[in-house]
Design a protein around this ligand. Sequence first.
Ligand code: CA
Ligand code: CA
Ligand code: CA
Ligand code: CA
Length: 210
Amino acid sequence: MSDRIPAAGELTNTATMTSDRIVVVQFVVAPFAMYQLSARVAGGEGSIEPRRGTYPGGTVVELAATPADGYHVAGWTGTDDDASVATSNTVTMNGNRTVAVKFAPDVDCNSDGIPDQRNLQDGDSADCNSNGVPDECEPDADGDGLIDACDDRDDSAMERPEVPGPGLGLCGVGFAETLVFSLIALGFLHRRVRRMLLAGDRPGPPKKRG
Ligand SMILES: [Ca+2]
Ligand SMILES: [Ca+2]
Ligand SMILES: [Ca+2]
Ligand SMILES: [Ca+2]
């Protein structure tokens, strides 16, 4: 027998050895917490399972959303991953939980006949800013193929380097062009000099005798 009867949950006690003592401790199974889940569809156009339930603390409950035809998952609240736009999600029951899924009508902004959400899920479209809109549908002001939301450089103001015009100097034209031009000029000069020399050899008009 101990010196005193402990309160429930108390972990220490004493036994004063003034005589033989027999001490007994008793354990009981602690009651574990049970929590309530309530799940709903915000705004309709589909369903969610399970709708409700009672679970031991720490249970990870699988959630499955089923959108109506022509709708897709637009977002979740109260789940382990509210950023998800997938039809499945989880909620960890560390307390009473209320979760909701929201559906939105399918959009086909890139006009390929396939809902854009599926384009993104299938990897046929990129979504660099993670807004659920295929990037080919978003503005690209400078036309470099990178949408404005993901483009940190405006290339529209950049001027293309000027193409040099034809010139006589080596800085304006290439070496080959300069060489060809020089040869043509040399040929022309050669012909000119030759004509001048030939003209000098010709006999002049006969001189009149005085
Ligand atoms: Ca599409
Ligand atoms: Ca996007
Ligand atoms: Ca751009
Ligand atoms: Ca750019």
